[in-house]
Design a protein around this ligand. Structure first.
Ligand code: GLU
Length: 276
């Protein structure tokens, strides 16, 4: 266990020192992808409604985004290979060259921009709080002194430390593990993006999301921070701009996210908070 932790710390520090660049690709990544005939994308497998497995099928907003980008780059939306990532391992899987890019509910933050590159935003989420119905928690301030579940490596972890410094944090490595913690009453609240909480509540109506949003966060596709990824990033940015213009992004939102009346607000009220 100790060995694993030391190894992870070495990988993280080397990424922070050198930035996220791949030793594998020394030619233009977009050309490599075209030659390979397949786009390799890291997505979450437990972040309904963005990336999740149901009836044995990987699906969701981020999965559809990846298919649409493959269609633009390779002329066929089926030419995508998906690799599972979690908030704790996605940057190392990108930097090691295991995936070409990440479409994984990843917020664009100044701190992450020092390590990876991002596309223009394709979706806006806000930090929110999930509680079991009937709990007395009303605002983020009420989390002080209470046990709260966060997913390690997410903006939710950082935001909670800022907005409720006295909260007793319980960190989980994956969304599924965090939600299981709520199901097993390990904590009184869980905090993460409203879009992800909305997905959990769809299947578990005994929980609810508080109306307050205490950040506003744009999701971006992440790339390695090297010259080889520049044309891929350019192509993805053009794809996102076109998808927005043609109404496909609204269509994806309407397909995957519940209506605002179902306790999901995609126009969160931002508050002052940490930048990453
Ligand atoms: N959007 C947040 C983040 O990038 C939480 C979701 C996630 O990590 O998958 O940290």
């Amino acid at each position: 266990m100790l060995k694993k932790i030391i190894l992870s710390l070495i990988i993280i520090s080397s990424i922070l020192l050198t930035g996220c660049t791949s030793k594998k690709e020394k030619t233009d990544l977009l050309s490599v992808i075209k030659k390979r005939g397949e786009l390799i994308v890291g997505v979450s497998y437990d972040s309904k409604p963005f990336g999740f497995v149901e009836n044995g099928k990987l699906q969701g907003y981020d999965v559809d985004m990846a298919h649409l980008i493959a269609k633009r780059i390779l002329g066929n939306e089926k030419l995508v290979k998906f690799v599972e990532v979690t908030p704790s391992d996605r940057i190392s899987k990108l930097c090691s060259g295991e995936v070409d890019m990440l479409a994984a509910t990843m917020t664009i933050t100044p701190q992450r921009l020092e390590v990876v590159d991002f596309s223009i935003p394709y979706f806006y989420a806000g930090q929110a709080i999930m509680i079991r119905k009937g709990t007395s928690i009303k605002t983020v301030g009420d989390l002080n002194g209470r046990r709260v579940i966060i997913i390690l490596g997410t903006t939710g972890e950082k935001n909670l430390r800022y907005f409720a410094p006295e909260a007793i944090l319980q960190g989980y490595k994956s969304y599924q593990a965090g939600f299981n913690g709520m199901l097993n009453r390990k904590a009184e609240a869980l905090t993460t993006d409203d879009a992800i909480i909305a997905g959990f509540i769809m299947d578990h109506p005994e929980f609810m999301m508080l109306p307050q949003r205490y950040t506003q966060e744009g999701y971006g596709i992440a790339f390695r921070k090297d010259a080889e990824s520049k044309t891929l990033k350019y192509e993805v940015n053009s794809a996102i701009a076109e998808l927005r213009k043609k109404g496909y992004l609204n269509h994806l939102k309407a397909t995957w996210l519940p209506a605002p009346s179902d306790n999901f607000k995609n126009k969160p009220t931002p508050q002052q908070g940490p930048s990453d």
